[in-house]
Design a protein around this ligand. Sequence first.
Ligand code: ADP
Ligand code: ZN
Length: 516
Amino acid sequence: VKQVDNVVLDTLKERLKEIFGYSQFRGEQEVIIQNILLGKNTFVIMPTGAGKSLCYQLPALVTEGMTIVISPLIALMKNQVDQLTAFGINAQFLNSTLTKAEMTRVKNDALDGSLKLLYIAPESLTKDENLEFLKRVKISFVAIDEAHCISEWGHDFRPEYRRIYGIIENIGNLPIIALTATATPKVQQDIRKNLQMEEAETFKSSFNRKNLYYEIRAKKDTKKQLIRYVRNNKGKSGIIYCLSRKTVEEIAELLSVNDVRALPYHAGLDSNTRMANQDAFLNEEVDVIVATIAFGMGIDKPDVRFVIHYDVPKSLEGYYQETGRAGRDGLEGNCLMFYSYDDIQKLEKFNKDKTVTERDNARHLLNEMVAYSTLGVCRRRQLLSYFGEYLDKDCGFCDNCLKPTEKTKVQDEVVLVLRAVQLTEQRFDGDHITDLITATDNQYVRSYEHDKLDVFGKGLEMNESRDYWLSTIRQLVILNYLEKDIENYGIIKIGEKGLNYINDPYPVTLHKDHNF
Ligand code: ADP
Ligand code: ZN
């Protein structure tokens, strides 16, 4: 393990001020930086906008040698390099857009030690000639940005990311700092394993974005609703996400003819147009950018006031990351999504050609999306619960809090569900528990002899539907009476709160689902 001067650690704050002009570290930035400076592997999980970049930029500047930053997109690299250059820092990227002369200059700067940060995509990193070159450079550590791209359980898996570890090993035994805004435990586990850094210290900050307002509406008269919404937010910056390039074009056009300054952004546009449209948005020549999910990763526009999902996204991870681009400055941020089950079915069709595992995974992600959209429980509680964080009360700042669906107080129902989980020894998922209490005739229930339990079919006697029980189980998870083991096929377990409840029950408020 490398030893770092105490002097360096002590003066971090001064350097922060000197180089970036900030007078304070945010959240755990300082300890994260210290950790990587001590040569330890470091895993950073923070929501979008929390300030992850600084966690590798500052240590890159106070150590000897050059830092390699692995980044998935050219746009993202360009953005960061531009910012760092503006701070007077020598940062460059290495990718296929460079001319031969530019490439030579970058390599010379790296070799003579003047280059502090080198941004590179995994595809370039794995090229032989780059590998040979990197072996000749003095390197301090490797930062892996958007590290969720490593995980096939994430929402934008990039196979080349899985080869990074081998390359790093080849270059030298370098400390790694991996950073992501994806909070699901499964993705995290996958990242650690792939980077062989199971021992790495993890810094996870809360994913609660208190200034964001979450709202979901039925996808009906959507264009009218959209125009009205954007007009009511006239002059404010906003992003509208659509699933297909065609819809992006159509909506951008629709807004333009309705006097909204809007431009499209998707991978089908040539790179000059894409760059120009992005710049027009960043420089506020237009208010609204209509885009596929190709837009936004690493874009740092602090005053985006609304993010609209015109189509339902593929996963809650994606949704959370995209909505996270609103209100980065801590001020107003409105997140609106239009939901319809048709969209879910459309998304399911995309999975036809996938392998069985991929399809199961995609279906699981979509189920979570459906549940989030239709449950009447506080959106923030749902989101945070999905990311493994428990919020002990409603947020008061989402559509479900401000315009609640019908509420009922129940007790016997809760006891029934909790007892069903307890009696089956906490080894089954929500579907199985539902099958059991609704006496659904299937081989699993029978093969475990769950049809002999006293809770078998009790849910039917209470005259409630299968959907009711599924929703109840989900709500009890969010309220922490039950726990869902995401790394373990979504098995439902019972926590301390649930066990106490069985012994001493009381009325619990449940919400009716939306019927979008
Ligand atoms: P992330 O990568 O986590 O999405 P960024 O690294 O892009 O977030 O940071 C978001 C914003 O916060 C940027 O504008 C950045 O300059 C700013 N920022 C980061 N750290 C600090 C700090 N310590 N003080 C003030 N602003 C900061
Ligand atoms: Zn709420």
